[in-house]
Design a protein around this ligand. Structure first.
Ligand code: CTP
Ligand code: MG
Length: 261
């Protein structure tokens, strides 16, 4: 077992928290409320995401990172949609304001963690339907000593590296640079699980230009710390574009129908 994942001192309490970055605007989803507040099956995406984290027995604290000027609204919203009964007594939910990039938002979420938290799951609010089994599997792998654990799936499409044409040149044909062998590629999901100190160190030391890091594990890789993948789940897909909302509604409807029998 890695010493990175051991408790701070013998007998010291230790627990697992989830940080949910939910501060994005959802530009690719189109006009409307901030993405995390858009409804699926009548319930805001963020509420689904909080419930998915709280449903894991491993998680005893959830830190929601709200839009920078929207923390009070998000707090009120979460109070309107309580967690499922069996979870409400043992999972605390804290709301903090986020930042301009996902990386900044995660960093602000980490800063709100109490000292006794030794393991952290970072989960996109934009992945509202992740099954609890996936959350449990990530948390278990971290508790067993892996410093960084990521759920992932094989990619369906062949992926090409290009010279991007953006800004004034957007829409022009893009020259292809390389075609990585599809069999060695994986599409990564969240929750990504970390030893808390390892993730905090990554957020202190790794600074990325522009949009910042889109993936926490990528920052940990830059520290030279090993990152491992475990099987992800189709239903942990990210709601990014309008068609993803259609899929999310269908997945939820199927779940509700199955639960009825
Ligand atoms: N996120 C965040 N703070 C930001 C930007 C993004 O907390 N400044 C969060 C989003 O709320 C989302 C997750 O990071 O839960 C993944 O980001 P993405 O899917 O890109 O969401 P948005 O940034 O909201 O969407 P878009 O890029 O289309 O604007
Ligand atoms: Mg974004």
């Amino acid at each position: 077992m890695s010493d990175r994942a051991t408790a701070p001192a013998s007998g010291a309490p230790s627990r697992t928290a989830a940080v949910i970055p939910a501060a994005g605007r959802g530009v690719r989803l189109g006009p409307g409320a901030p993405k995390a507040l858009r409804a699926i099956g009548g319930t805001p995406m963020l509420v689904h995401a909080v419930r998915a984290m709280a449903a894991s027995r491993a998680v005893s604290l959830v830190v929601v990172v709200a839009p920078p000027d929207g923390a009070a609204d998000v707090r009120h919203l979460l109070d309107e949609y309580p967690l499922a009964d069996r979870d409400s007594t043992r999972t605390d939910v804290v709301v903090v304001p986020g930042g301009e990039t996902r990386q900044a938002s995660v960093r602000l979420g980490l800063a709100a963690l109490p000292d006794d938290v030794t393991a952290v799951l970072v989960h996109d609010a934009a992945r509202p339907l992740v099954p609890v089994d996936t959350v449990d599997a990530v948390a278990a792998a971290v508790r067993e000593g892996a410093p960084a654990v990521v759920p992932a799936l094989p990619v369906a499409d062949t992926v090409k590296q290009v010279e991007p044409r953006t800004g004034e040149r957007a829409g022009e044909p893009e020259p292809v640079v390389a075609t990585p062998e599809r069999a060695v590629l994986r599409a990564v999901q969240t929750p990504q699980g970390f030893d808390r100190r390892t993730l905090a160190e990554a957020h202190e030391k790794v600074a990325l230009e522009g949009e910042g890091a889109t993936d926490d594990a990528g920052m940990v890789e830059r520290l030279g710390v090993p990152v491992v993948l475990i099987p992800g789940h189709e239903e942990a897909f990210k709601v990014t574009r309008p068609l993803d909302l259609v899929l999310a509604e269908a997945v939820l409807a199927r779940r509700r129908a199955n639960d009825g029998f």
